[in-house]
Design a binder for this molecule. Sequence first.
Ligand code: MN3
Length: 204
Amino acid sequence: MFEQIKLNYASNALEPVIGAETVETHYGKHHATYTTNLNAAAEKARVADKPIEELLGSLDSISDAASRTALLNNGGGFYNHNIYFEQLRAPREDNKPTGALADAIDAEFGGFDAFKEKMSALAVGQFGSGWAWLSCDGDGKLFLSQSANQENPITQGTGHKPLLTIDVWEHAYYLDFKNLRPKYVDEIWKLIDWDVVEKRYADR
Ligand code: MN3
């Protein structure tokens, strides 16, 4: 049985960047539906006992094409939103990582501002619905990527560990920013809970 993460913040905690109505719809409806549909698809394919990362990393072993598609769409929708909602908190100015993750970002991207600019460009530039990602590979090296629909770095390669994501489906920002995806992407950096992201990196 796959379960949505519990939000440790109120639905209005992300305001004024992301409003309560967006959180209630996005988490309470979209994410909840992915979770329900994942559980049904996983039950049917007899993979409900697998950890989600393992399930998403071994979709090729599902021989039935319809099952494979249902598990990709709903398993990705479930997992990606767990990563997304867990890493948000109330807005802060000058919001940056510290410690080992900050050092790794400096070494890989030439500083936090350069990293932020590159990841923002991937988020803004993802055509249609999808995600931008910071992950590390099997050697612990940081890398940036984007994915369409509910794909993610785990479905796109082997040994990848997602650390941070930006949801750029319109449902993530349309109530608050209308069509202005670049503005949403620019503002979401205030909401990132770097403690969560740093822990993901430490646990890699
Ligand atoms: Mn979403």
